[in-house]
Design a protein around this ligand. Structure first.
Ligand code: ME8
Length: 714
């Protein structure tokens, strides 16, 4: 069996993880889980970097022993990683005995190789970076990363002959172009190597917090030398040869771009000196930005990853970071964007697909789906394409591309439902096998999408797989076996209904509350400024020809389901004159319509244009639709009104399957006062014409591209 050893940077523990450091662990976790999904034996190691001066100082400020402080921080870090579902196999601390053994062994090898000598260092040192700086590294005298002045230090140090390895490093880069990715980082390192290398300090004097230099116990190993060695001490270097042989060289070091030089110049040179093979690859990811700056504890620009995970769940956070930030580049985090993507990708897209499938499977097949003996439909092809694109992207560490490929399949399944209209197929008993095929194919597409997304959203995908009747834990899945389209004739699947996996949020609320816990509710209608309906005063516009008419029996039944105490806002019934004439009338079939309508259309008094102008009519797009429980007529809709999403209850269930409504455009009254129907708040009224039987026929714009959600109607 092939193996994969993956590591992340080990974190300084002077403060808790933030979303930037968590991003790295999530990305590495996605890669590790993907490798396991591929059936590759994987070892994923992370850990804590404890011998930093910052850690020592922080412990001093708190009046505790540094080791006791590190013990506490380990618990805090492990807690965060557990809550983000980071599946590491090993967690190393640089204060552990196994690490000390590895550091001592490697430092001795460098000395034996003649690559260590004593000298004096005088220059700048940034404690936050734990790095020596030259004048040209500084910006206005400050460390460019931490935006504060470094310290000037002068001390006796042990030096490592880094300069000796310049050419060998260049040769290695030439022979192994894959050694450092992405390319921009490789080019940076090549420029650095080409400009020449100085020897570097590998020890600090006057400090007790650290691992003593073997030949000079009065000095400690410089924290970066110490830290880098974790990658080999974690797999038994200097202590357990069998373990070391099994796992080293590492297949991938995942690190932030700010520490590329340590990993791609100093670390390989140390290994060359010690005669240890180099890691196969290093990936230098970008930064998570917050308000235009690197998220950084020393800059104080941090978001707590637990707050983000608590708000919408760890999986939506993992998805956001993986999908929205091209791996290798910088990316922004904002609460608004996080919530927006949650709504778009999860509530409206993937989650909605799972709900639609479950409700159709139960409505038409009591939850049992059977694959019929006919050839697979077009979704099979979409799945094959998505799996191939996913593999290619994930193998190249283009995690965002892998997720996008999985979502292509989700989109294809939603489009397929819209195209084949299973609710129409279901009306014709002669098309039973076709309906079986349609539903089974959708369930298969959902299953495969869940398999592909398992590395990113392990918990949710487990739930999705259970709901589509293919229960499996991530650990049981194998891409070669489970990422293949399979609808063997006669195969059965039991689809399970459940609460929405990702209830839709009111977008825009997050920024306002500055990060409080999520309230999962649908928005009340928004006040739309400057978008009032204007009605042309021209008699030829048709406005004067529009009529109001009485509610017929069917409409009355619909609104009669409302509790008697419902608000009594007079609904205005209004449609385009031509449509109304062709379909025999027009009706308010929904919404706050619990009140009386003037009797007898022809006796209805005419209204002035000013009165009509009080009514705000708009185009909306149905985002979700579900039957209202215990009602034969009402459907609960969530409608994108161009400024947000509002809930409207409509009396159209006899004429429309809820699933058929998703994605379609409707015309609605936007400024009705809210009212309750069957206990559900309704914020507006959807308009429909009525056919000869009095059934509603929904209105929609002739060209939704030109009149999208939010367009005013005059
Ligand atoms: O550098 N966005 O530790 P650290 C993305 N102990 N990644 C970020 C980030 C951000 N805003 N901020 C930090 C150290 N990181 C050393 C590593 S390894 C032998 C020693 C990344 O706690 C950062 O680039 O400062 C690094 O890869 C990791 O988080 C830990 O940062």
């Amino acid at each position: 069996m092939s193996r994969f050893y993956i590591t992340t940077a080990i974190d300084y523990v002077n403060s808790r993880p933030h979303l930037g450091t968590a991003y790295e662990k999530i990305a590495a976790d996605v890669i590790a889980r993907y490798k396991r999904l591929r059936g590759i034996e994987t070892r994923f190691m992370m850990g804590n970097d404890e011998h930093s001066q910052n850690v020592f100082q922080r412990a001093g400020e708190l009046g505790v022993e540094p080791l006791a402080f590190c013990d506490d921080m380990e618990r805090a870090f492990r807690d965060v990683w557990a809550r983000l579902d980071i599946s590491f196999d090993d967690f190393i601390r640089t204060t552990e005995a196994r690490h000390r053994t590895g550091v001592t062994a490697l430092a001795s090898r460098l000395t034996e190789a003649g690559d260590v000598y004593e000298g004096y260092f005088e220059g700048w040192y940034c404690v936050s970076c734990e790095a020596f700086k030259t004048e040209k590294d500084l910006e206005d005298g400050n460390c460019p990363v931490h935006r504060k002045p470094p310290q000037w230090i002068k001390e006796k140090n042990h030096f490592f002959r880094l300069s000796k390895y310049r050419q060998r490093l260049l040769d290695h880069y030439a022979a192994h172009p894959e050694f450092l990715e992405p390319e921009i980082r490789r080019n940076e390192m090549l420029r650095l190597l080409e400009s020449g290398l100085d020897d570097i300090s590998m020890s600090r004097t006057g400090q007790a917090w650290g691992i003593p230099v073997p030949s000079d116990p009065g000095s400690v190993i410089y924290v970066w030398f110490d830290a880098l060695i974790n990658y080999i001490s974690g797999v038994g270097y200097g202590a357990d040869d069998a373990l070391f042989e099994t796992w080293w060289p590492a297949d991938l070091h995942v690190i932030g771009k700010d520490i590329t030089r340590f990993h791609c110049v100093i670390w390989p040179a140390m290994l060359m000196s010690a005669g240890v093979p180099l890691p196969r690859r290093v990936f230098g990811h970008g930064w998570v930005h917050w308000q235009g700056q690197k998220m950084s504890k020393s800059l104080g620009t941090v978001v707590d990853p637990l707050e983000a995970a608590d708000r919408l769940g760890p999986d939506p956070l993992r998805l956001y970071l993986t999908k929205e930030i091209a791996f290798g580049q910088d990316g922004d985090f904002t609460w608004d964007r996080f919530e927006e993507r949650y709504n778009v990708d999860l509530a409206n897209n993937f989650g909605n697909l799972v709900s639609r499938l479950a409700s159709m499977a139960h409505r038409y097949r009591e939850g049992r789906l059977t694959a019929p003996p006919s050839s697979p439909g077009p979704l099979a092809e979409a799945a094959v394409g998505a799996v191939a694109a996913y593999r290619e992207a994930m193998d190249a560490f283009a995690l965002h591309g892998g997720v996008a490929a999985a979502f292509q399949l989700v989109d294809a399944a939603n489009e397929y439902i819209a195209a084949v209209e299973p609710w129409v197929t279901a009306r014709d008993p002669a098309r039973a096998a076709e309906l079986d095929r349609q539903l089974y194919d959708v369930s298969e597409a959902v299953r495969i999408a869940a398999v592909l997304l398992t590395p990113v959203m392990p918990r949710s995908c487990r739930e999705v797989l259970a709901r589509v009747g293919a229960p499996a834990d991530g650990a049981d899945l194998n891409l070669d076996r489970d990422g293949v389209w399979a609808t063997p004739p006669g195969a059965e699947r039991r689809v399970v209904k459940g609460d929405p996996l990702w209830p839709r949020l009111d977008p825009g609320r997050a920024a306002a509350d500055g990060g409080a816990a999520a309230q999962r509710k649908v928005s009340p209608p928004r006040k739309v400024v400057g978008r009032k309906v204007r009605v042309a005063a021209d008699a030829d516009t048709g406005v004067q020809r529009r009529e109001q008419r009485t509610m017929n029996d069917s409409e009355r039944r619909a609104v009669d389901e409302a509790p008697p105490a419902a608000a009594a806002t007079p609904p205005l019934t209004e449609v385009d004159g031509a449509t109304a004439a062709a379909s025999g009338g027009a009706a308010a079939v929904a919404g706050t319509g619990t009140a009386e309508v003037a009797e007898a259309a022809h006796e209805t008094p005419r209204i002035s244009i000013d009165e009509f102008a009080k009514v705000e009519l708009r185009v909306g797009r149905v985002v979700t639709a579900e039957a209202v429980r215990k009602s034969k007529k009402l459907v609960r809709l969530e409608i994108d009104d161009g400024a947000g999403v509002r809930q409207v209850v409509a009396g159209i269930a006899r004429a429309y399957e809820p699933e058929s409504l998703v994605g379609r455009h409707v015309v609605f009254v936007a400024n009705l006062q809210p009212a309750r129907l069957m206990g559900i708040e309704s914020n507006g009224m959807v308009l429909a014409a009525l056919d000869a039987e009095g059934q509603p026929v929904l209105l929609r714009p002739d060209d939704p591209e030109r009149a999208p959600a939010g367009s005013a109607i005059r």
